[in-house]
Design a protein around this ligand. Structure first.
Ligand SMILES: Cc1cc2nc3c(=O)[nH]c(=O)nc-3n(C[C@H](O)[C@H](O)[C@H](O)COP(=O)(O)OP(=O)(O)OC[C@H]3O[C@@H](n4cnc5c(N)ncnc54)[C@H](O)[C@@H]3O)c2cc1C
Length: 411
């Protein structure tokens, strides 16, 4: 039992998604008095819907140190929690089937060299042996990165929470934050239905709903909830072996990964759908993100491009369709840190579809800011105010964020 159960916390973190739980873990590890407040249950938000790819290589190099930190965190968690994490170290295969994609792939492997990320170009027969469903005729170049993994985001999030508790964090579920308490230019606490919880810092890690809190103190975060989708086929272990790598196919705006003898595949929509956070329910259970027919419409519109590389695509049975929202920014980067005009307020959101992969890095950076340590990597690309003044709820701004999702190259 923690000694500050009823007293003032140094830090209140709002939202027990992957990001909020990672932040709480890193703070608790540094012996900061931290309380994590979640209105539903741990990992029940968009985290529970993630495809959970943890690819290390990114076309934006500033993101890579954050992913690398997540791998360090997973190693540490394995020493700290009861059950070991089920990390599926299958590697990732990056395919190029056009001149532009070859150029992008060469750039990606050169970034991989800068960060000591292992990779090797592989032949068509090697590709075929790894990925039985793949038609390799049109593939011009392929790079295999053996040290990439995926793992269930819900499990990872609960592992962060379990370890955070062991380090002394208090985690309260079923606690809705109704507002932030501000005195002058300082944050003093948060309001719940049972009263005010005082603290020195509030970290807004409320994901898709983060603006609904920050706008109360006049801060518009440059993020919008934008839909992501994936589908899971029925099982066919011969065609979809559990050991096959993650496949990234920019020429089809698609990614795949194994899912217990089936195939999970994501297709990026040409026109991504954005949401006004005020209209999202506080509990996503059973919520349909947009037109229910979109699950088939997107397959019809985008599936043809995947079929070029997956000839049996039109014969497979679809067993599941999963949709949710990620918080996108106009530049596909994150939102991390505070603003001088409101002391004690920090945000950790805008995960741009990579929140699970970067959760460790986000947790470490926020803990370093709060404890007055220099962040271990450059956080300027993630500054809250980098787009100037904006209304994050406006249609125009939300469209800019949706466009960032539509134009994303991979993942
Ligand atoms: C279909 C899909 C596929 C994805 N695939 C990947 C992937 O392959 N790799 C990857 O890295 N990422 C992926 N993501 C993104 C990933 O899911 C998120 O980036 C990640 O889970 C981070 O979420 P979060 O903690 O910001 O938000 P959430 O998990 O949504 O957590 C926010 C929490 O805040 C709580 N909250 C909100 N308001 C309040 C309040 N007022 N009071 C108390 N609590 C509050 C909510 O209840 C919620 O639990 C995917 C997302 C989707 C939807």
């Amino acid at each position: 039992m923690n000694s500050f159960q009823n007293g003032k916390s140094e830090v209140v973190v709002i939202g027990a998604g992957t990001i909020g739980c990672a932040i709480t873990y890193y703070l608790a590890k540094k012996s900061v008095k931290v309380r994590l407040l979640e209105r539903n249950t741990i990992g029940s938000g968009n985290t529970s819907l993630a495809a959970s790819l943890l690819t290390k290589i990114r076309s934006k190099p500033d993101i890579i140190p954050l992913v690398q930190e997540t791998y360090h965190a997973m190693d540490s968690l394995n020493d700290e929690i009861e059950n070991k994490l089920d990390i599926q170290m299958v590697g990732s295969l990056h395919l190029a089937a056009s001149d532009k994609s070859v150029e992008d792939l060469d750039q990606l492997t050169s970034i991989a060299d800068d960060f000591n990320i292992s990779h090797s170009y592989i032949s068509k027969s090697e590709m075929q042996a790894m990925v039985p469903w793949l038609k390799t005729d049109e593939i011009i170049k392929a790079s295999f990165m053996p040290d990439d993994a995926f793992m269930d985001a819900y499990v990872l999030t609960n592992a962060f929470a379990e370890a955070a508790r062991k380090h002394g964090a208090v985690i309260q579920q079923y606690t809705n934050i109704e507002g932030l308490v501000q005195e002058g230019d300082c944050i003093k606490g948060v309001k719940t239905k049972d009263g005010i919880i005082e603290c020195d810092y509030v970290v807004d890690a409320a994901g898709a709903w983060s603006n609904l809190l920050s706008l109360q103190v006049g801060i518009g975060l440059p993020v919008t909830p934008v839909r992501s989708n994936y589908w899971i086929t029925s099982a066919n272990p011969q065609l979809f072996p559990a050991t096959q790598p993650i496949v990234i196919l920019p020429d089809a705006s698609a990614y795949t990964r194994p899912e217990s003898g089936a195939l999970l595949f994501g297709l990026r929509e040409s026109k991504s759908v954005h949401f006004n956070p005020e209209k999202l329910p506080s509990d996503l259970t059973g919520y349909v993100f947009g037109d229910p027919e979109d699950r088939w419409n997107i397959l019809l519109e985008q599936g043809e491009r995947l079929q070029r590389f997956f000839p049996k695509f039109d014969e497979i049975e679809i067993a599941h369709y999963i949709a949710g929202v990620s918080t996108y920014t106009p530049d596909g980067m994150f939102v991390l840190g505070g603003l001088p005009q409101i002391k004690g307020f920090l945000a950790a959101t805008g995960c741009s579809g990579a929140g699970v992969a970067v959760s460790g890095g986000m947790g470490r950076i926020i803990s370093e800011i709060i404890t007055g340590t220099n962040p271990y990597c450059d956080i300027n690309p993630f500054k809250i105010d980098r787009f100037g003044a904006l209304n994050p709820l406006s249609e125009e701004f939300r469209q800019r964020c949706a466009d960032a999702r539509s134009h994303k190259k991979s993942g």
